[in-house]
Design a protein around this ligand. Structure first.
Ligand code: ADP
Ligand code: MG
Length: 633
């Protein structure tokens, strides 16, 4: 509870006590029967509980922004007091009770919202407070912001890794749960990359940082989550627009309710009963307050986004959550998305030089590429690359690389690359990704590498279908043989192969053009050669994006690990959140209309109206919080 909530709670308790005392002792205190004294005594709890609302309403009127909740409450309760004075009934209890209930509702709402916000930030509690550096043999804590790239930092067991880097000494187990939602610990050792935000569990690690804190994974994620709520969904826009029309409409309806029936009675010659209709109009105002709607819709989105990030799915805004729930077509990139992107060399054919030499040239030429093919060739080479031997590196997306190695021009890539160099290449009969090599413009053989499917890819495609996705499509720059084989084995509906990065954009545009009006198309990729496609699709989902900044920037949804099962989970989370949003909209509006009708007919009094309002709001808020629970989706 914060200070303001405490203060409101004390006000609620004091005025509630006063209210009870006044009700109980009403008969025994003769001075309470004197009009002026009675008025003053009853106004004490009213002011205690309502002064801030009255001030707010007054300010609203002054700034010409009438018609908000405070205005409704102020008009209704002051009206009730005036009515009690005018009729001489001295029944001020109602005005106080209405304010009291309203404040109870407000208090509950701010408590619940605050609590769920806190929960979410606790879940996302990955911000490191310090980094350890070694100085004269002693550990010193410094602000992670101050650590320069290339510094050595030390992470002790139990501490968070503050900055991305490479382990230069030690081995340990990492807990990545806060980042990926994956509870299995991960073993790491010397030479491996490590990302910030994980918790070091067992051993002491010495890490050479490869980025600044600002550029590290943990900062990126926090930025993303913090900015998420600034992007509004259509449903939230709807609420704003709705309130803009709704509030003046009810105010006019209330005015009509107060004046029309008495005037009609006058016209047909009966005595008008002003008291009854003015009271009904005031009750109507109290009953009309749309707070359940206004509070619970953003809260539902917020809870959905929070629940998702807890499972390692980062959604950049409620608009994307809403779009995601409409996904009917999921388009995949192949390498690194459905397959592991870790290739094994399965053959070397027609080599003009020794096989070792061919691999060595390939690895050196690829030394600056971040493509999975390059990583695999580095691994096959198995030795550290001497970068001084390589120069003039040129990477052509979807084709390969050309570089000067030891003064020779080395080209490594697919047949497109060879064609563009005017080198005729020998086709390969085995199914696999073929890397043709040319040395100084002469064909030098090819390396066949093959990738394996991720173990969960097949199940992921199936689960997508079960989650309401109508069609799955695969786009790849790889050869037709490889693409068709992967697609068939995974159960992908459509496949397009041998695409250059530009062709992928054209394909996604074609798919976008042919989709249904309310359907959304999601593209899932790793950000290598496909960032423009991520951007172009209705929803770009970057997978295992921890390494690729381009992907994190281009995507609307970022999956922290590279498990394709997470795609279906993200869609399910979005559907659940949207279901809750619609439930709340329908539920609050239906109860609201019913209440208004009862009040207009004189079947409900002000007590009941506030009670219904606060009740609906509390239920709607509880319902919204359900969106936070997504573990088993
Ligand atoms: P995918 O669509 O499967 O993710 P890419 O568009 O990244 O594939 O690449 C398509 C094809 O282009 C690869 O299968 C490969 O033949 C060639 N290629 C791309 N980058 C490289 C590279 N760095 N080295 C060699 N070949 C490459
Ligand atoms: Mg790719």
């Amino acid at each position: 509870m914060n200070k303001k909530q405490k203060k409101t709670l004390i006000r609620i308790i004091i005025s509630a006590l006063l209210l009870i005392l006044l009700t109980v002792f009403n008969k025994y205190l003769p001075f309470l029967q004197i009009g002026a004294v009675r008025f003053i005594v009853y106004m004490i709890p009213y002011i205690i509980i309502g002064y801030d609302i009255l001030i707010k309403a007054f300010k609203g009127i002054k700034n010409k922004q009438v018609f908000d909740e405070a205005f409704l409450m102020a008009v209704a309760t002051i009206g009730a007091v005036v009515l009690a004075l005018y009729s001489g009934s001295g029944d001020y209890l109602e005005a106080i009770a209405v304010m009291l209930f309203y404040q109870v509702g407000e208090w509950f709402q701010s408590y619940a919202v605050g609590k769920s916000r806190r929960n979410i930030s606790e879940l996302m509690d990955i911000r490191p407070d310090y980094a350890n550096i070694e100085e004269d043999g002693a550990l010193k804590r410094v602000d992670p912001d101050e650590v320069e790239t290339g510094s050595i930092i030390i992470v002790q067991p139990g501490e968070k890794v503050p900055i991305d880097g490479i382990i230069i000494e030690g081995k340990s187990t990492l807990n990545t749960a806060a980042l990926t939602g994956e509870s299995l610990p991960r073993d790491v050792k010397e030479g491996e990359e490590i990302i910030s935000g994980c918790i070091n569990e067992t051993g002491l690690l010495k890490i050479k940082t490869t980025k600044e804190f600002e550029e590290s994974t943990v900062s990126k994620i926090l930025d993303l989550v913090e900015n998420a709520s600034s992007r509004k969904s259509k449903s939230e826009d709807f609420i704003t627009k709705f309130a803009r029309i709704y509030t003046p409409a009810v105010v006019y309806a209330a005015v009509a309710l107060a004046f029309l029936p008495p005037i009609i009675s006058l016209l047909i010659g009966n005595a008008p009963n002003w008291n009854i209709w003015v009271y009904r109009a005031l009750t109507f105002l109290v009953a009309s307050c749309p707070c359940a709607l206004v509070v619970s819709i953003p809260l539902s989105f917020f809870a959905g986004i929070g629940g998702a990030s807890n499972s390692g799915i980062l959604v950049k805004g409620s608009n994307y959550l809403e779009l995601l729930s409409k996904t009917k077509i999921v388009v995949f990139d192949k390498t690194g998305t459905l397959t592991q992107g870790v290739f094994e060399v399965s053959g070397i054919h027609h080599s003009e030089i020794s096989e070792e030499k061919l691999i060595e040239y390939a690895a050196l030429a690829e030394s600056a590429s971040s493509h999975p093919i390059s990583k695999s060739l580095q691994k096959a080479y198995g030795k550290p690359v001497d970068r001084t031997r390589v120069s003039d590196i040129k990477e052509i997306g979807g084709e390969g690389v050309i570089a000067a190695v030891d003064g020779k021009q080395i080209a490594a890539g697919n047949d497109k690359l060879m064609n563009s160099l005017g080198v005729s290449c020998i086709d390969c009969r085995s199914v696999g990704t073929v890397i043709h090599m040319a040395i100084d413009g002469k064909y030098a053989g090819h390396i066949v590498i093959s990738d394996i499917e991720k173990p969960t890819s097949k199940a992921a495609v199936k689960k997508l279908k079960a989650s309401g996705v109508k069609e799955t499509v695969m786009l790849t720059g790889d050869s037709k043989a490889v693409a068709d084989k992967v697609a068939a084995s995974l159960g992908i509906d459509r496949v397009y192969s041998e695409l250059l990065p530009g062709d992928k954009v054209a394909k996604i545009e074609e798919i976008l053009k042919n989709k249904g009006k309310n359907d959304a198309v999601a593209f899932v990729g790793d950000g290598i050669n496909d960032a423009p496609v991520l951007r172009r699709a209705d929803i770009g989902i970057a997978m295992g994006a921890m390494g690729s900044d381009a992907a994190i920037e281009a995507a609307d949804i970022v999956l922290m690990d590279d498990d394709p099962m997470q795609i279906a989970k993200a869609i399910r989370i979005s559907r659940k959140s949207l279901r809750i949003v619609y439930q709340n909209i329908v539920f609050s509006i239906a109860i609201k209309l019913l209440c208004l009708l009862l009040v207009a007919l004189g079947l409900a009094n002000m007590w009941l109206a506030v009670f219904a309002d606060v009740g609906v709001m509390i239920l709607a808020v509880f319902n919204a919080i359900r969106a936070l629970f997504v573990k088993n989706l």
